[in-house]
Ligand binder design. Structure first.
Ligand code: CA
Length: 225
């Protein structure tokens, strides 16, 4: 799942980035108000971690922009001043949650995970796709009760398909969501084909249906009968 870290304190942004990457999130950093504005115009994120005091602008204005453009990215405000006023106006503007600095990274991770769960699986730790079950807390997928041996990227792919069930996702969107800035600007997404092929094979071998289908010229779609 893809996150945007809007934070102008570089050391803090870097430590959040490394922590959340270890927690299996794909992360991008926007170190300024203007940088964040560009990122959110170009892309959708599962959750945006939003520092509201930025040197070149007010993070709450970013939140207003998101909402006025009808974007549905989750938003967790991280704020240096733990004032009740900031908290109330942030939540009022549509942020999902608010975390005052300083915070423990583990708490930040838990809040982000909770926002994503609420957005995608009504708060549950489990997603069921016919005979596939995904335990998003344990990062584990099972078919008919037997756990699948998936690589990290295969697991992330499955989760991404689950969150976009019934919708066509382009290879470009998959690359953006699973690799973020690490695609190195290439527009050759053949490597995605290999990951999808392996995921489909593992699902079918475990006895699940072949739910991930390619849609010619468009991408892929997970359809549950
Ligand atoms: Ca700041």
């Amino acid at each position: 799942m893809k996150l945007l870290i809007v934070e102008d304190e570089k050391a803090l942004a870097d430590s959040i980035y490394s922590y959340l990457q270890r927690e299996n999130f794909v992360c991008e950093i926007a170190p300024s108000y203007t940088g964040a504005l560009e990122r959110i115009a170009q892309d959708d994120y599962d959750c945006i971690l939003l520092d509201i005091s930025l040197q070149d602008g007010d993070g709450l204005e970013l939140l207003k922009t998101l909402k006025s453009n009808h974007k549905t990215d989750g938003v967790l405000i991280i704020s240096a001043h733990s004032s009740l006023e900031d908290k109330v106006s942030g939540l009022h503007l549509g942020a999902d949650d608010y975390l005052p600095k300083p915070f423990h990274l583990s708490e930040l991770g838990a809040r982000v995970a909770a926002i994503i769960r609420r957005r995608h699986s009504a708060g549950s730790h489990f997603i069921r796709l016919d005979d596939i079950e995904i335990d998003i807390q344990a990062h584990l997928a099972t078919v008919k009760g037997r756990s699948l041996d998936l690589t990290r990227k295969e697991y992330q792919l499955l989760l991404y398909f689950a969150y976009n069930k019934g919708r066509v996702v382009s290879r470009n969107a998959i690359a953006e969501h699973l690799w973020g800035d690490d695609t190195g600007g290439t527009d050759n997404y053949d490597f995605i084909y290999t990951h999808i092929k392996n995921l489909r094979r593992k699902l079918v071998e475990a006895g699940a249906g072949d739910y991930i289908q390619s849609v010619y010229g468009m991408g892929y779609k997970l359809t549950i009968p």
